[in-house]
Design a protein around this ligand. Structure first.
Ligand code: MG
Ligand code: ZN
Length: 238
């Protein structure tokens, strides 16, 4: 008993678990402050902001290539891409749409974080001409877990789940789906090769988040892209 009480009741009266909770609260609080500042900037410049989240390889950048090319003559688009290493995705997007502002956030500079936080966004925003931007898309680091807990100042959250990842992911990673406004089931062109029941995914997503919208699409075949473009258009012209 002596060792137990020693561990759980150190002299200053605060347990290690309590300290951990305090630190997490502090980090969350700091993140909220940065997010609120980002939000003010977005409102000031009339920029709509979408935070796109998914696991690695579910087709975020491929979808953004198509999206950037589709909208490049209609409105002014900027993209911030988060990755642990390399600026490959930001470069891909510049190739896809000549007029696009595309900047990489390399989280190697932030302790190799597996997510974007509001401070990283705040520090990247001066590299964009917000006064010349209608829509900012933030491509989060590929990860279905921690991006869900970090508000960046965005208007909408979109989560991608690709067909090859499997139709069991909604219940395994419920938080990210609960925090999303729109679920995109991507790589729908691969449905014949995979055991993936889109109705099951939709039903489970709606169980977790009542009002979630769901679209099925493929950036490769083009199926379903029109509905995605309409969703983006509605957000920007709101
Ligand atoms: Mg990517
Ligand atoms: Zn993380």
């Amino acid at each position: 008993m002596a060792s137990l009480s020693g561990r759980h009741h150190p002299k200053d009266g605060t347990s290690n678990a309590m300290k951990k909770i305090e630190i997490n609260k502090d980090l969350k609080g700091k993140n909220q402050e940065y997010a609120a500042t980002n939000r003010e900037l977005f409102l000031k410049h009339g920029v709509k902001v979408v935070n796109i989240m998914s696991s690695p390889g579910s087709g975020k950048t491929a979808l953004l290539e198509k999206t950037a090319a589709h909208f490049q003559d209609k409105f002014k688009l900027a993209v911030l891409v988060g990755d642990i290493s390399t600026n490959r995705d930001a470069e891909r997007l510049k190739l896809a749409a000549a007029g696009i502002q595309s900047e990489q956030i390399v989280t190697e500079n932030y302790g190799s974080a597996c997510h974007l936080d509001a401070r990283m966004i705040a520090e990247a925003l001066p590299r964009l001409a917000l006064e010349k931007t209608d829509l900012l898309i933030i491509e989060n680091v590929g990860n279905l877990v921690c991006p869900a807990g970090l508000y960046l100042g965005e208007d909408k959250r979109v989560v991608l789940l690709s067909v090859p990842e499997g139709d069991d992911k909604v219940k395994k990673y419920p938080v990210i789906f609960r925090e999303a406004d729109l679920l995109l089931i991507t790589k729908i062109d691969l449905i014949a090769a995979c055991d993936f029941a889109p109705q099951k995914v939709e039903a489970e997503a709606r169980e977790i988040k009542g009002g979630i919208e769901v679209l099925r699409l493929s950036a490769k075949s083009g199926e379903g892209l029109a509905e995605w473009y309409q969703w983006v258009d509605r957000l920007v012209s709101r």
